[in-house]
Ligand binder design. Structure first.
Ligand SMILES: [Zn+2]
Length: 308
């Protein structure tokens, strides 16, 4: 299914205009540190790496879904990650009211970063730090506060990652905001993943770079190579989001799991509406789970977070 999967990968839908608008919105005072995360890793490297069970890419969709997974009765798992929380963005409320468990990716040091993370946690949703990371194209100032850049020293990168994790409560991992340059930079990714490993967290590659080395580097660290499969809202209307949700279903039936990303922001309400329609259509055949449960099931990974 390589060719088909290739079609699913789209560039991160932050256009120049969107990024410029985001940059304007982001130029706001930083929040304050209210929590320092402590965690210890229980993720062993034994089930990581190339020896981990491979998805059944060779089987046809019908065979794999019916023969392999139908008998056990377990539905394929889908994790919906919603990016760009933290600045009271349009659609945030609609996302919080979705009828299934989602994963809320919160940008650090913004006016509602802490509030959004707390709200997500109270609703039983998983939280990720949505870490701004340098893209190959575009200006660094579009990224927002606390961004990781490739020109930084090892110590500066580590300080940025730790500060972001300390600022956003309840985070179980990190995913990248933009970041097409950083996810191709082994030195910088190694530092980010080292911090993840120290804190018992995982990294979700948003997959804004076809040549990302994030997954391979994660395996080297004994971390699960988690990555986005399908962007839901690369075209901004609810009809397109619903179509993407159907692709998510196809992927999940073939591989037994799927990770997908949508966004709050200018078209956040439309994205939420499309997800809501998709969930209603898919819920009989798909189980919607937080990213932690999916990572735990797929890679036998288990975090031990010490919460405040
Ligand atoms: Zn983002």
């Amino acid at each position: 299914m390589k060719q088909r999967n290739a079609l699913h990968y789209r560039r991160h839908p932050v256009s120049k205009l969107t990024a410029a608008l985001l940059a304007l919105i982001l130029l706001l005072p930083a929040g304050t540190t209210v929590w320092a995360g402590e965690a210890s890793s229980t993720w062993g490297s034994a089930s990581a790496g190339p020896s981990a069970p491979a998805p059944s890419a060779a089987a046809t969709p019908a065979q794999s879904s019916a023969a392999k997974y139908g008998e056990s009765g377990a539905k394929p798992k889908v994790a919906i990650i919603i990016d760009d929380f933290g600045n009271n963005m349009r659609g945030s409320e609609e996302m919080f009211k979705l009828p299934v468990k989602i994963t809320v990716a919160v940008m650090p040091f913004l006016p509602t970063s802490v509030q959004d993370a707390r709200r997500a946690h109270e609703l039983g949703f998983d939280v990720l730090v949505h870490l701004p990371m340098e893209p190959r194209q575009g200006k660094p100032e579009w990224l927002g506060p606390g961004a990781v850049l490739t020109q930084m020293s090892d110590a500066e990168v580590r300080q940025r990652v730790e500060a972001a994790l300390d600022q956003v409560p309840y985070a179980v991992g990190i995913n990248n905001h933009m970041g097409s340059k950083v996810t191709g930079d082994e030195r910088v990714m190694s530092i980010i993943l080292a911090v993840c490993k120290e804190r018992g967290l995982f990294f979700v590659d948003s997959h804004t770079n076809y040549r990302s080395i994030a997954g391979a580097t994660a395996r080297r660290f004994g971390l699960p190579p988690v990555e986005n499969h399908i962007f839901l809202d690369d075209v901004h209307n609810s009809g397109h989001v619903l179509k993407q949700m159907r692709l998510v279903k196809d992927h999940a039936l073939e591989q037994n799991y799927c990770i997908t990303i949508g966004h709050v922001g200018i078209q956040g309400k439309e994205t939420a509406a499309g997800i809501r329609s998709g969930v209603a259509e898919l819920k009989e055949s798909i189980e919607f789970v937080g990213i932690t449960e999916l990572v735990k099931t797929r890679w036998k990974w288990s975090p031990r977070l010490t919460l405040p």
